[in-house]
Design a protein around this ligand. Structure first.
Ligand SMILES: [Zn+2]
Length: 434
């Protein structure tokens, strides 16, 4: 069951409670709603001596979606889970648009404007804006959760495969020596090395099989440098032939394959620089930080018979994952990053200015993007609406609801539900796996 966060009167985080208990607290007037997403209560009294059970925040960073989970290590209970969707191409899109606007300004027949390109410097550790946005999203949520519940540790999936464990399985632990976990790390390694495609025909998005370059029957070894990936068709067609025989009439494929097989992946860490940046920033929180690999996550998830979702991957990150996980009826919160609107002060159409924005963003106590409930008592638009508000200075708001846009709702009929914080929220499907 996804639990409800509770703060005491001094905003100190307490242990999350069952939704039923939260309902009782609200009904008895002992607590009030503090935040809608994630659902958080604030108690009317302070509890400075409450016994706190530290939770572990587990993070599985992804390019499009990052899984987040809070797990009680002692009991294996998944307290809360979320899937955070990043802005991805939206960031790149708006930067491209800005570049186009600046370029067209220089090309117009106005006074001479020197092009400015050599007057900026990238600071050390610069990340492309779309990646920086992804990292900022994860850090925002880590710090939000730190304020809402007692956190004792963080687990982060840092790399896709554990190169060190692949090289020295003897020192990496029992599960590696027995070979099963090793298989998962190896598979992730090969997928990365061969770009998730069949090495013979180049097909992607099909199930891939691990394939010996020099077949076992001809003395080939099981070492990673002798392995590649092939689709079922090519694997069967190649059979027991040597790679030289099989690719006899495709010399360019053969050369590429042999060159790529010899080149080791320079460094597992270099595969994903964003994750390392994230690691450094999370380390600065001072909480003990555990690193996991993608191979280990997959191994943990498969062993516990859990389906593949982003939040369940997060639950399975790292060696600290409890043997028995209580995941039933956890409802993940689906969080989508939307950004904080635009900084453009002048709206244009066909290159001509059509409107100007004011510096002021808050009108009648509302800001564009606030989740709002409007109860219109009478008139053509009588009814109750819930949606994102478009706030205007003259007090006539628009509401963007699921059913469509409701225009011209007076500010005095509106009540805020959740202030715009750069994200939209949706409750996911309850997880009914036993
Ligand atoms: Zn193939």
């Amino acid at each position: 069951m996804s639990k409800v966060f509770v703060l005491d009167a001094n905003k100190q985080p307490l242990n999350p409670v069952h939704p039923g208990r939260a309902r009782l607290l609200l009904r008895a007037g002992e607590a009030a709603l503090y935040r809608r997403y994630p659902f958080t209560l604030i108690l009317r009294r302070a509890l400075p001596k409450a016994a706190l059970v530290p939770l572990r925040l587990k993070i599985d960073p992804g390019a499009q979606t990052t899984g987040l989970a809070l797990v009680n290590d002692a009991t294996g209970v998944v307290v809360w889970a979320a899937e955070l969707s990043h802005r991805g191409f939206a960031v790149k899109g708006s930067l491209d648009e800005r570049r186009a606007v600046r370029r067209s300004r220089r090309r117009r027949h106005t006074r001479y404007r020197p092009s400015r390109w050599a007057n900026r410097r990238r600071e050390r550790g610069w990340l492309p804006p779309s990646l920086a946005s992804r990292m900022a999203n994860v850090l925002t949520w880590a710090s939000r959760l730190m304020r809402l519940c007692p956190l004792g540790a963080i687990s982060l999936e840092l790399v896709k495969f554990d190169l060190q464990a692949l090289q020295n399985p003897e020192v990496a632990g029992v599960a590696y020596q027995q070979g099963e976990l090793m298989g998962y790390e190896l598979r992730e390694y090969l997928l990365e090395k061969w770009q998730r495609r069949c090495m013979y025909c180049g097909k992607t998005g099909v199930p891939l099989q691990i394939e010996h370059i020099v077949p076992r029957a001809k003395g080939g070894t099981d070492r990673a440098s002798n392995l590649t990936l092939a689709c079922e068709e090519c694997n069967r067609a190649k059979g027991n032939q040597d790679v030289g025989e099989y690719l006899a009439n495709k010399p360019e494929v053969l050369t590429r394959l042999l060159a790529q097989a010899k080149a080791p992946l320079r460094n597992a860490a270099a595969v994903n620089s964003t994750r390392w940046k994230l690691f450094e920033r999370l380390k600065a929180t001072g909480l003990p930080l555990e690193m996991g690999s993608g191979g280990l996550t997959k191994y943990n998830r498969t062993k516990r018979n859990l389906p593949k979702t982003h939040w369940l991957d997060a639950v399975c990150v790292g060696r600290s994952t409890p043997e028995h996980l209580a995941t039933s009826s956890v409802v993940p919160l689906l969080i989508k990053a939307t950004g904080h609107g635009t900084r453009q002060m002048c709206g244009v159409k066909d290159g001509f200015p059509i409107r100007h924005r004011k510096r002021q963003k808050v009108h009648h106590g509302f800001q564009t993007g606030d989740l709002t409930r409007a109860v219109v008592p009478a008139g053509k638009k009588a009814g109750t609406y819930v949606g994102r508000v478009l706030a205007r200075a003259r007090g006539s708001f628009d509401l963007i609801t699921r059913a469509g846009r409701i225009e011209g709702v007076s500010a005095r009929y509106c009540k805020p539900i959740h202030r715009n914080d750069g994200y939209t929220y949706q409750i996911g499907a309850p997880f009914a796996f036993v």
